[in-house]
Design a protein around this ligand. Structure first.
Ligand SMILES: Cc1ncc(COP(=O)(O)O)c(C=O)c1O
Length: 435
């Protein structure tokens, strides 16, 4: 068996809609017929053998992500796509118009490597308003083409061959390849079910002499779980005597519900001193396709990150940065209104889903809602369930096991994205209630 065969991404690779694993007379030839895993394993093996003849992969365990797979399958089957995390509505009109204006005004050449000063200033002001921290926009704020690039650059800046990086499973899929490309190794610490809380004993056991970095993600994708201020204090105490750095992935920082305040590492003096805090304009302004984000870190860490960033992309896209700066300056209230905006969507979706056989607790943050389907098809793995739901019931979801190195046995959870228009959520829920 290939190393990491149990890992969801490999399954995702083999389950690609364009993969000819069914018979040609099948109405859906891309779908595995019998118990999928044997066929999928054989297919993955074929791919591997062919490509190995040409090149020794630096990322042998990476295939097409489940997000691409499910979105393609949704498009091919006409299913409502609640899988990949993006809104089916547009960002604010004034923001979109500003891009056109800046393109026509000639803002089309390279931006400064660290980001447009006007945008970094807006970020610094927002941080002061939201978290009470005064950051130096020149020394501490860097605009990047997406949070993904910020995370990649932070990892490359910190991780040396042989270093260990602690990630919490289920975890976002870009962390591990970034660490592997830096020559490091991820140590996966599972979050404790059912609340996806940090298991402090397991975390403490995972920390060793080679631990260089811990990657936090709150609000958490896929569970929506939040890290509290008290947990940040506990983490600070745990790593106080060690040279361990943090990446705090806070791309959903403004999607926190039920009146709870987001506990940002930016508001934690001791942790911020060793942290890269990452956010995404794509999430905050409903423009995920703009792939524009930023990273905030103390000057010495920012300097190291910038050494990498300037040779990965050099800078973010100029007119988008101008537009974001204009919009943030004119509408500082946008971020304050986001929790209520997304909470209404969560509540609508959850209220409608009450009429189904899915069980769930309302997501405390992000735009994702997990649901347990064991009362419906306990015989199916979550990957099979997601394929079945998409194919037979016209709603695409993401199986939670793909976010794990070693998924818990009998995990029966799928992730729905509720960043959708009301009519989309109603239509999807109607279908889900019939399952
Ligand atoms: C937890 C998490 N981190 C990072 C990202 C990437 O953000 P961006 O699109 O700005 O690169 C995402 C996007 O889905 C995410 O869910």
């Amino acid at each position: 068996m290939l190393r990491g065969m149990a890992h969801g991404h490999r399954i995702a690779q083999a389950a690609r809609p364009d993969a000819a694993v069914g018979s040609s007379d099948s109405p859906r030839p891309w779908l595995p017929r019998a118990s999928g895993s044997a066929i999928l394993a054989a297919f993955a093996g074929r791919l591997r053998t062919k490509s190995e003849a040409m090149i020794q992969s630096k990322l042998p365990n990476v295939g097409t992500t489940i997000f691409t797979t499910m979105s393609q399958l949704a498009a091919q089957t006409g299913a409502i796509n609640l899988s990949q995390g993006f809104p089916d509505f547009d960002g604010p009109q004034a923001l979109r118009e500003a891009v056109g204006r800046h393109v026509m005004a000639g803002h089309n050449q390279y931006a400064p490597m660290t980001g447009l000063p006007a945008l970094r200033e807006q970020v610094a002001q927002k941080i002061a308003r939201s978290y009470g921290r005064r950051v130096d926009m020149d020394a501490e704020v860097t605009v990047t083409p997406g949070a993904t690039e910020a995370i990649f650059c932070a990892v490359q800046a910190l991780v040396r061959p042989g270093d260990e990086v602690i990630v919490f499973d289920p975890c976002y899929d870009s962390y591990e390849p970034s660490v592997e490309l830096a020559g490091g190794r991820c140590v996966h610490v599972p979050l404790a079910l059912p609340d996806f809380a940090i298991d402090w004993q397991r975390l403490s056991d995972a920390i060793g002499p080679r631990t260089r970095l811990i990657i936090l993600n709150s609000p958490h994708n896929p569970s929506g779980a939040l890290i509290s201020r008290a947990e940040l204090d506990q983490l600070a105490a745990l790593i106080r005597e060690r040279e361990i750095y943090l990446i705090s992935d806070e791309v959903y920082e403004h999607l926190v519900f039920d009146g709870v305040a987001h506990a940002s590492v930016l508001a934690h003096e001791e942790l911020y001193a060793r942290a890269f805090v990452v956010s995404s304009f794509g999430k905050t302004y409903h423009v995920t396709g703009w792939k524009t984000g930023y990273v905030v870190a103390p000057p010495a860490l920012s300097a190291e990150l910038r050494k990498v960033h300037q040779f990965v992309t050099f800078c973010g896209i100029t007119p988008l940065q101008w537009a974001l700066a204009d919009y943030m300056s004119a509408h500082p209230e946008h971020v304050d209104e986001l929790p209520a905006f997304y909470q209404a969507k969560r509540d609508l979706f959850c209220d409608l889903l009450k009429g189904s056989r899915f069980t769930f607790t309302r997501s405390p943050g992000t735009y994702f809602q997990l649901a347990d389907y064991s009362a419906i098809r306990d015989d199916l793995s979550d990957v099979e369930m997601s394929l079945w739901l998409t194919r037979e019931h016209g709603v695409a979801t993401i199986p939670v096991s793909v976010f794990y190195q070693t998924p818990p046995k009998d995990l029966r959870l799928v992730r729905f994205c509720f960043a959708k228009r009301e009519e989309t959520l109603r239509q999807a829920a109607e279908r889900l209630c019939r399952v």
